[in-house]
Design a binder for this molecule. Structure first.
Ligand code: 3PG
Length: 212
């Protein structure tokens, strides 16, 4: 992935994973996260409004890093890029997804939770990988165990899936973790119902945890 996007993701350290059912709510969400000091989100393509939300956020919230998540097909990568997305995330890795992202110059974080998957992604030049689903796949202990074998390849992880305030510190402590993803900051119901005070509070708490 490109240096600047990678650096901005690494700087944010937390990537809220969000499901948006209304593009206007997406803009409010991005503004809330930015105001809380967390100007990044992975908008999952699990709702009909997701691409419209990405388009609106990219156009209307300057400085906000908007990614597309749950990328499962090359066509979805093309759609996300057309909507103006800054980076892409997939729960898994396939050569076709990797090629599609490379073809359009999209910074791409594929998923991997086994040595074989990590090597397959590394063969295509990916060093920054989503470790998904993190908790069912062994959690922070599993991420830590991958550090030594893959150090020479520069592999780093974005654990996502089951991360909560209660286990966040364990992931933040790992040198190979460049960012951490999750829905706990902005749950779907809170976004849909416009409960941005709660989302802002959770984002500020996450930012404070990272800074501590
Ligand atoms: C994802 O798509 O990354 C997951 O839904 C995030 O998992 P979480 O809800 O456990 O944070």
């Amino acid at each position: 992935m490109s240096g600047s996007v990678l650096e901005r993701l690494t700087l944010a350290r937390i990537a809220p994973v969000v499901e948006i059912t209304d593009a206007r709510r997406g803009v409010e969400l991005a503004q809330t996260l930015a105001a809380a000091g967390l100007p990044v989100a992975e908008v999952t393509l699990r709702t009909p409004a997701a691409l419209e939300a990405i388009r609106a956020i990219a156009a209307e919230v300057p400085g906000f890093l908007v990614g597309a998540g749950t990328l499962l097909t090359p066509a979805q990568i093309d759609d996300a890029v057309e909507a103006g997305v800054h980076f892409g995330v997939s729960p898994g890795f396939t050569p076709a997804l990797s090629d599609a992202a490379t073809a359009v110059g999209l910074p791409f974080v594929p998923g991997a939770v086994t040595s074989t998957e990590i090597l397959a992604a590394a063969e295509r030049g990916h060093t920054h990988l989503k470790f998904f689903p993190a908790e069912p796949s062994g959690g922070s202990a599993a991420v830590a165990a991958f550090a030594a074998p893959f150090a020479s390849l520069g592999i780093r992880f974005m654990p996502t899936g089951g991360v909560r305030p209660s286990n966040l510190d364990a992931y933040l402590a790992l040198p190979t973790v460049f960012a951490i993803g999750g829905t706990w900051i902005a749950p779907r119901d809170q976004i849909t119902e416009g409960r941005f005070d709660e989302i802002g509070a959770a984002a500020r708490t996450a930012v404070a945890t990272v800074a501590a």
